[in-house]
Design a protein around this ligand. Structure first.
Ligand SMILES: [Cu+2]
Length: 63
């Protein structure tokens, strides 16, 4: 799945989100910082889980 993280603005944001998703068991995390797009392999889990992980770090998600 792909989603937009509207307030992901720098390399630190990117790292924080990447790490949080990895720690929650999501891999194949691809982040395009210039477009503010996060792409994750859901592997059967729900989109809401991804959104929750990102929002818990203080970021805003737009589908
Ligand atoms: Cu940042």
């Amino acid at each position: 799945m792909k989603l937009e993280v509207t307030n992901m603005t720098c390399g630190h944001c990117k790292m924080t989100i990447e790490k949080a998703l990895n720690q929650s068991g999501f891999d194949k995390v691809e982040i395009d910082l210039s477009k503010r797009i996060v792409e994750v392999d859901l592997k059967g889990r729900s989109e809401q889980e991804v959104i929750d992980v990102i929002e818990a770090k203080g970021y805003d998600v737009k589908l």
